[in-house]
Design a protein around this ligand. Structure first.
Ligand SMILES: [Zn+2]
Length: 371
């Protein structure tokens, strides 16, 4: 209903909207509904092209994404993609075909769906939660938030369905794929949010740093080794290296940090050298195929055993959920990475901070732990 509402509103004011759905079968149903609702204001309707022209001059085109190539060259004020998570080629359809139709009118796009694992729909959802994408918004609505559905019906479904099905279909949860790495994430997101370091006075706080490669983000993770909890997670991109080092130093000063473990690769080493020249205690960590797995595995275990608490940062939590293990068929070794198109900067920075915190030869003056 939301999809139909978004689709017909602008054409009532004379504008052009396209509605997309995953299959011809679904298209036929929505077409019938839209026709019925719009009948009093319809000037003409073409069932072959699935086009409705209104007396206002507004136009609605409806498409199945089964063969989206025929859509090229149109212009719309709005597009609606219904059951977007079910569209197998959503990413390509959006980038190659749908997105360009919005350029002329600076139109908007709506993606509606029940989740279906960690796919491109999840990527779009995450943009809505990420302050780095101010043009995007996202909302998650479990079935129970619908006032027109009886709670007793939802309860009945909960009893009858496998929990994994219920969680996805009724609670609108993005469930991890088979290769998911991090378990127990929810139980480990209770790091107390403190703005000053008063609560951690006298504690040993360390820093983990992942320097941005070309397209990703620099992440600074400050972690209290005494409390075993994260105290600050800073993530940013598109700023000069001088400013990056300035932010790194500012976080050290803010939290009284002495030890930093930073990724050494490519752009890491000149930055680490520059900071070492200023007599800062910064250790480089070289991630290779053989050093990365134990580093990540260590963080995975900390989650499984609930040994550390982390800030509930939506971007970082999404990266944990999406993180994947891949078994290399040639070597049989397990590797870890973000899914294609995803980022893992917060995972790396947190892994480094945890590793440094666990270093046993740094004896802390133990104060009272916060949790
Ligand atoms: Zn502390």
């Amino acid at each position: 209903m939301l999809g139909i509402d978004r689709t017909i509103r602008l054409p009532l004011a004379g504008k052009y909207v396209a509605y997309f759905c995953p299959s011809h079968k679904m298209l036929a149903e929505v077409w019938r509904t839209a026709r019925r609702i719009l009948l009093p204001v319809t000037r003409s309707a073409n069932k072959t092209d699935h086009r409705i022209e209104l007396i206002t001059g507004g136009i609605i085109d409806m498409w199945s994404l089964e063969n989206y190539d025929s859509i090229r060259g149109r212009k719309y004020h709005r597009v609606v993609v219904d059951e977007a998570a079910m569209c197998a080629q959503l990413e390509d359809a959006w980038q190659a075909v749908i997105r360009p139709t919005l350029t002329d009118y600076a139109g908007d796009a709506w993606f509606l769906s029940t989740p279906k694992g960690i796919n491109f729909f999840k990527t779009l959802f995450d943009r809505g939660q990420d302050p780095a994408h101010p043009d995007w918004m996202s909302w998650q609505m479990p079935t129970l938030s619908n006032p027109f559905i009886l709670p007793s019906e939802v309860e009945a479904a909960r009893r009858e369905l496998p929990s994994i099905v219920f969680t996805q279909e009724y609670e609108a949860a993005f469930l991890q794929s088979e290769g998911a790495v991090f378990r127990n994430i929810e139980a480990c997101l209770h790091a107390p949010l403190v703005i000053t370091n008063d609560a951690h006075r006298g504690h040993r706080i360390v820093q983990g740093v992942d320097f941005a490669q070309k397209h990703d983000y620099t992440v600074l993770c400050a972690f209290c080794a005494t409390c075993m909890c994260e105290v600050e997670l800073d993530r940013f991109n598109k700023i000069g290296w001088g400013l990056v080092r300035g932010k790194l130093k500012a976080q050290r000063e803010r939290w009284g940090i002495d030890e930093t473990l930073a990724e050494l690769n490519s752009i890491g080493s000149p930055n680490i050298e520059a900071l070492q020249d200023e007599d800062l205690n910064i250790i480089g960590f070289e991630t290779t195929a053989s050093s990365k797995s134990p580093l990540i595995q260590n963080l995975v275990l900390a989650f499984e055993r609930v040994e550390a608490q982390w800030l509930n940062n939506p971007v970082a939590t999404s990266e944990l959920i999406a993180y994947e293990s891949i078994i290399n068929k040639m070597t049989g070794r397990v590797g870890y990475s973000a899914p294609p198109g995803g980022f893992d900067d917060t995972v790396i920075a947190r892994s480094l901070a945890l590793k440094q915190a666990q270093k046993s030869d740094c004896i802390a003056e133990h104060g009272e732990s916060l949790w």
